[in-house]
Design a protein around this ligand. Structure first.
Ligand SMILES: C[C@@]1(CC(=O)O)c2cc3[nH]c(cc4nc(cc5[nH]c(cc(n2)[C@H]1CCC(=O)O)[C@@](C)(CC(=O)O)[C@@H]5CCC(=O)O)C(CC(=O)O)=C4CCC(=O)O)c(CCC(=O)O)c3CC(=O)O
Ligand SMILES: NC(=O)C1=CN([C@@H]2O[C@H](COP(=O)(O)OP(=O)(O)OC[C@H]3O[C@@H](n4cnc5c(N)ncnc54)[C@H](O)[C@@H]3O)[C@@H](O)[C@H]2O)C=CC1
Length: 414
């Protein structure tokens, strides 16, 4: 049995879960927040909700007997990542770091490459903003229309910080001067006090009180806009992680069953009926003529080529519409009229009587897939696909024809 433990929190984590469980691989998930729990609940599987301490991780890993632990937490959830790594070392369990390669929004978090991106986001989203990015770049928020009313700048109680805010056009009522550390409670209170729907922060890691900001925003129902720092962590992409885990769990793709068995049968003395005398009927007839002379074409009109074949005595032509009795004593039928109802009727009647039938406009109605044929002097190769890839079948036949053309009758290259 191959069971995995996933520390989720990112979209990639969720995608990985979906992809692996679709292949029957069992995974338990640990999510830090109630919000995260809501997201993964519909996926099924065991959920550890709430932040785990390192000891709790260790005992969960021991109890679960996991073959590997996948860390798909946010790249800036440093502490969690360190704890997972330690717990894996202690329990001698394989640790895999899944890193998202590009930033994007997930849940109540929007990740931005720079302040400009955050400003752009805020332009199309209304609501007040608590800025916790400090005073050095506060002037960049001027690019946001209405910033003087919407943005509350939290800066250090130092003259240069206040001056930077004033110079940027902030009025006193929109400046909060206070020295941290800021607890979750304090952050929540500030978000509520100023009716902020957004908390703007740098991705400062834990030292910057980042966790407290995240938790406060969640509590106050605010969205966190994170100005990212470049990711320096080592890790695998979603695809790489997926591949590694499938390999680890010994997953093999189920051998796909082909829908049509190549039944090579003699057509000598067999009655063959083709309903329709157009382009498709002509193509089928030109193939069948290489195998038998007993072909009857039923159609009010024929293509020129079919006319020539009729003149040459290669086929019989009934110049009229198809009727049910045409199938009497028939071995193989081709429904190739341009009338859906007629083709369906040919198919239905043939199947009822156990007659092999190819219905040119409905693969579901075929008991026989008409093959692309490749012939050598002594052999015949028939190619059929899934019914969805005529171009592939056709192209493969063409390639094989080129191969066999280059060989002489003994099979040796010419
Ligand atoms: C299921 C099957 C039923 C049967 O037995 O009749 C079927 C069904 C359908 N074909 C359709 C379309 C085309 N088929 C071709 C070509 C070939 N089709 C052939 C066989 C089969 N075709 C059977 C097995 C298929 C398999 O093995 O996967 C080949 C091998 C033999 C032959 O026909 O001689 C021959 C290559 C021969 C060679 O190269 O040597 C081309 C290209 C072209 O015409 O050049 C197009 C236009 C494609 C396009 O334009 O994309 C449509 C949509 C019709 C519509 O839209 O109305 C349906 C109906 C459906 O899918 O339900
Ligand atoms: N399987 C395949 O590879 C492909 C299948 N098709 C499908 O094949 C069908 C035929 O296509 P084409 O040959 O290009 O059409 P077409 O228009 O060239 O020929 C239609 C033929 O059917 C005949 N016909 C009409 N009503 C009839 C009836 N009641 N009884 C007997 N014959 C009748 C016409 O006289 C004509 O000869 C179409 O439904 C088309 O969608 C099309 C392309 C590829």
């Amino acid at each position: 049995m191959c069971k995995l433990l996933l520390f989720a929190g990112t979209t990639e984590g969720r995608l990985l879960y979906e992809r692996l469980s679709a292949r029957g691989i069992e995974m338990d998930i640990s999510v830090a927040t109630e919000y995260g729990k809501e997201l993964v609940e519909p996926l099924g599987g065991r959920i550890y909700a709430g932040r785990m301490s390192e000891e709790e991780m260790e005992s969960a890993i021991r109890a679960g007997g996991y073959k590997a632990v996948i860390d798909a937490t946010h790249p800036y959830a440093d502490i969690v990542t360190k704890n997972i790594q330690r717990a894996c070392r202690e329990t001698e369990t394989l640790y895999i770091r899944l890193l998202r390669k590009e930033s994007r929004s997930f849940g109540h978090l929007v990740s931005c490459q720079n302040i400009g991106e955050a400003v752009e986001y805020l332009q199309s989203h209304s609501g007040n903003v608590l800025s916790t990015i400090g005073s050095k770049q506060v002037s960049e928020l001027k690019a946001l229309p209405g910033y003087q009313d919407r943005v509350f700048a939290r800066v250090l109680p130092l003259p240069e910080a206040i001056n930077a805010c004033l110079a940027a056009g902030f009025s006193a009522k929109n400046i909060i001067c206070m020295q941290g550390p800021f607890s979750q409670e304090l952050n929540t209170a500030m978000l509520r006090q100023y009716d902020c729907r957004y908390l703007l922060t740098k991705n400062s890691g834990d030292a910057g009180g980042f966790e407290e900001k995240l938790r406060a925003a969640e509590e106050a129902g605010a969205t966190v806009l994170v100005i990212e720092r470049p990711i320096e962590e080592e890790g695998l992409s979603l695809e790489e992680t997926e591949e590694k885990l499938l390999d680890l769990c010994g997953w093999k793709p189920a051998p796909s069953k082909k829908t049509h068995f190549p039944l090579y049968v003699s057509l000598t003395g067999r009655k063959i009926v083709v309903a329709g005398g157009g382009t498709i009927a002509q193509r089928r007839v030109s193939t069948l003529c290489r195998f038998t002379g007993a072909i009857t074409v039923i159609a009010p009109a024929l293509t020129e080529e079919l006319h020539r074949r009729e003149q040459a005595g290669e086929i019989r032509w009934e110049p009229r519409k198809f009727v049910a009795s045409d199938l009497d004593g028939c071995f193989l039928a081709i429904a190739a009229t341009d009338d859906r109802a007629v083709n369906a009727e040919v198919g239905r009647l043939a199947r009822e009587q156990g007659i092999w039938v190819s219905v040119a406009d409905a693969k579901e109605e075929c008991t026989l897939f008409f093959p692309a044929i490749v012939e050598t002097e002594q052999e015949v190769i028939g190619i059929v696909g899934s019914g969805n890839s005529h171009h592939r079948v056709s192209a493969l036949a063409k390639r094989l024809r080129e191969v066999v053309e280059d060989e002489d009758s003994s099979g040796k290259p010419r």
